[in-house]
Design a protein around this ligand. Structure first.
Ligand code: PLP
Length: 392
């Protein structure tokens, strides 16, 4: 029987913070007006949009008018990539875009689409520890490069790319730099001026706000082609009547993060380190941990259990009420292992046995202790029946 459930999948999505929920309930109950209406129902709604925009901007140390609300990280990434590239294509120019081999599908698939329209895409490889250098980016520049898009933190390994260093290079060549910061927000400090990027994607549901709301920060002066045309909302960049409740929730979620992040980061990093060390010791150092040990966000663990399939490990953990994520992915019925780990040169056997554990605001030491205990029992049981595991 399942007793206490353990949620260690915060990179997939986060529970809504009670303060966020309370604000959303207030807005839902008291403010049904359309922010575009100039009457006494519309004006308070417009104030909520304005306040939420400021709350997101404050967290990034940006200007409020640089925040464009969207329906989430995927839309923000699409808007950044297509919004930059489509106008150049329309002018009949040759266009080149640089991304990494480990980008989220929101970026990778947008690029595949742009490729079908004739855009040249360079996909930079990463090292075995998931890192990438600014020199690699500089070496890939061409005369026709218009955009570099690299994630700030990887969703599977948590590895952080050196965006500030890369920004110095793109700036000197007048190339725009976009970063998918969906998995970095709330885990590392983001100051857009220090980072030096031009476009930055965010998602609400990774930071204790609801799903279906996000934002694209657009440095003032950067011109983008909208993807959704209509009534002129979001300064014409993303039309459609505003998701007032979602925006209000995202705003409060960002306000909670402003100032409170370093403590939360330290607490989660301590739990993560304890969990990693505990698992490694309990399983006689047979686990393989992926990703650079230091250059990563504080909450994410990517590991492989040799001789075990990640999906079956996940199923056994699920029976115990433990939620983690399998790094592996099935494509067209073929079990290939996580594309991110494969791009890091991890063997397909190990990549297939990979799982991602991600902690967050309500993770506790008691959960870490219980996880280590249950995980160890399951892995030893699976090893005992695995035909591949070397028996003494
Ligand atoms: N980018 C990264 C790195 C992500 O991890 C995710 C979600 O998993 C997204 C983009 C997509 O965000 P959303 O779920 O808000 O569309």
């Amino acid at each position: 029987m399942v007793s206490e459930k353990i949620y260690f999948d915060y990179n997939a999505t986060t529970p809504i913070d009670p303060q966020v929920l309370a604000e959303m309930a207030n807005v839902a109950r008291d403010n049904f007006g359309n922010p575009s209406s100039s009457h006494c129902f519309g004006r308070p709604a417009a104030e909520i949009v304005k306040r939420s925009r400021q709350q997101v901007a404050t967290l990034l140390r940006a200007q409020a008018e640089e925040i464009c609300f969207t329906a989430g990280g995927t839309e923000s990434d699409n808007l950044a990539l297509k919004g930059v590239v489509l106008p150049s294509l329309a002018q009949g120019r040759k266009v080149h875009v640089i991304i990494s081999a480990v980008e989220h599908p929101a970026v990778a698939e947008s690029c595949r689409y742009l490729e079908s329209l004739g855009v040249d895409i360079t996909r930079l490889p990463v090292a075995e520890d998931g890192t990438l250098t600014a020199d690699q980016v500089g070496a890939a520049f061409r005369d026709e490069t218009v955009l570099v898009s690299l994630m700030l933190a990887n969703n599977e390994t948590g590895v952080v790319f050196p965006l500030a260093e890369i920004a110095a290079l793109t700036k000197s060549r007048d190339i725009l730099l976009h970063t998918d910061a969906v998995q970095a927000l709330g885990k590392v400090e983001i100051d857009v001026k220090v980072l030096g990027v031009d476009l930055l994607s965010l998602s609400g549901h990774k930071v204790y706000a609801p799903k279906g709301v996000g934002a694209l920060w657009v440095r003032s002066g950067v011109e983008l082609e909208p993807l959704i045309h209509g009534g002129g909302q979001e300064r014409g960049l993303r039309c459609g009547t505003e998701n007032l409740i979602g925006m209000a929730g995202f705003g409060v979620a960002c306000e909670i993060l402003t100032g409170g992040m370093s403590n939360e980061g330290r607490r989660v990093a301590a739990l993560r380190d304890c969990l990693e060390a505990g698992l490694a010791a309990a399983l006689d150092q047979q686990l393989v941990f992926h990703g650079h040990r230091q250059l990563r966000v504080p909450n994410t663990i990517s590991l492989s259990v040799p001789y075990i399939d990640g999906e079956s490990l996940l199923a056994h953990l699920d029976l115990e009420g433990i939620a983690v994520s399998a790094g592996s992915a099935c494509s067209s019925g073929e079990h290939q292992g996580s594309p991110v780990l494969r791009a890091m040169g991890i063997s397909s056997d190990l990549a297939q046995g990979s799982i991602r554990i991600s902690l967050g605001r309500w993770s506790s030491q008691a959960e870490v202790d219980s996880f280590i205990e249950k995980f160890t029992v399951i892995v030893r049981r699976l090893w005992a029946i695995s035909p591949l595991y070397p028996k003494k």
